[in-house]
Design a protein around this ligand. Structure first.
Ligand code: SAH
Length: 365
């Protein structure tokens, strides 16, 4: 039996350099491979015309460029596009492209399912299968770039990447960071650090590691202004309570005057959307460099929650703005194809037996 081939989509620049050294080639070959794979979207070694025939033959024997298969491709009325990708082992993950006039944002997944079980999130309800490999994370950009093609004048359609799809990126740290390095690499996607946003439910020690190893824009799923409520909505809060989380956020912004953390806050009717909650949130964030993103709750089957009314969302926003907190309400995009925040479900072969756990008591009706 022949040895398993190395999937080059798994390797960042350093990884590719190690790989080419192993097959007796010079380091600059890693640069050429990065460009062929990520800038030209090539998966066939024969198309790499500046490599010798011998090298191409060696690569064909030892390596492959293999992305997950697209099993669904949907377009919403507002132009949002969602792909479902089948990964080895039978689960499926989802990736969403959100076009806007001045940018194009790709929302990617980092795990098949999620272990965190946030009360209002559809991914959480599905259970957890496994971490994605670096290649599976990067493949989402690789595939989307190929399928979207270039914009007018050869501009890139994908200008921003957000790790806000399925999964908790900081619980798949090494693979996520290698994937981000490829996104930032000028020989690959060349995105600037502020155009890559990692969203976390608050894995405190990993926020510090991210800052040390690969600082990018940070979003934190806060959703509640006190521990009692947050314990119920985001169970991870019992392990890393709000005070510790905000300390980590302050450290993340230290020595970087222009950097702010984006706090995501899902608006749940009658749960966390009162004026009193808004005031509590203002006090909480008063000494953290912050922006707030209010996310109207997106319903999914079997949820007990309802979206706050537009009036409640506006009232909440006005309280924050009156206290000079930069606040925007996230537009709901792609909800007719279940592509909006918290609606990504894919297909998760659950290995946690979550369905047998008792449901949380929040807002039980
Ligand atoms: N695990 C990471 C990445 C997921 S990001 C995190 O928690 O940040 C997805 C964002 O959408 C998070 O802010 C999440 O809390 C929010 N979200 C989840 N379910 C939602 C729903 N049903 N409606 C609106 N937003 C939701």
């Amino acid at each position: 039996m022949s040895a398993e081939k190395t999937n080059l989509l798994n390797l960042d620049h350093a990884g590719l350099e190690a790989f080419v050294a192993e097959i007796g080639e010079k380091p600059f070959r890693a640069k050429q491979l990065l460009q062929w794979i990520h800038q030209h979207g090539v998966d066939d070694f024969d198309a790499m015309t500046n490599l010798s025939k011998e090298l191409r033959a060696k690569l064909k024997e030892r390596a492959e460029i293999r992305a997950p298969k697209i099993v669904m491709d949907q377009l919403a009325h507002d132009g949002t596009r969602k792909w479902r990708l089948e990964i080895d082992g039978g689960s499926a993950i989802e990736t969403v492209f959100i076009p806007e006039t001045d940018r194009g944002t790709l929302c990617i997944s980092s795990q098949a399912g999620c272990t965190l079980n946030c009360a209002f999130c559809s991914t959480g309800h599905q259970g957890f299968n496994r971490n994605l490999t670096t290649g599976e994370i990067v493949s989402q950009i690789w595939l989307a770039s190929k399928l979207l093609g270039h914009g007018p004048g050869g501009t890139r359609r994908i200008t921003n990447v957000v790790l806000m799809g399925m999964g908790e990126p900081l619980l798949n740290f090494d693979n996520v960071v290698a994937a981000i390095r490829i996104m930032l690499d000028d020989l690959a996607y060349g995105l600037s650090r502020r155009r890559v946003t990692l969203s976390t439910a608050g894995v405190v020690p990993m926020i510090d590691r991210l800052r040390a190893e690969c600082p990018v824009s940070l979003a934190v799923s806060l959703h509640a202004p006190n521990d009692k409520l947050r314990d119920e909505l985001v169970p991870l809060n019992k392990k890393y309570p709000i005070a510790e989380l905000l300390d980590a956020c302050r450290r993340y912004c230290a020595d970087a005057p222009r950097i702010k953390v984006t706090f995501e806050y899902v608006m749940l009717e009658g749960v966390n959307d009162s004026v009193a909650h808004a005031r509590e949130l203002v006090r909480l964030l008063s000494d953290v460099p912050s922006k707030v993103n209010l996310i109207p709750f997106n319903p999914f089957p079997a949820t007990r929650f309802k979206r706050s009314s537009q009036e409640a969302i506006d009232r909440f926003r006005d309280v924050l703005i009156a206290e000079s907190l930069t606040t925007i309400t996230r537009k709901t995009r792609g909800d007719d194809i279940d592509a909006a925040c918290g609606q990504l479900a894919g297909r998760v072969l659950d290995r946690t037996r979550r369905s047998r756990r008792p449901a949380s008591t929040v807002n039980a009706e």
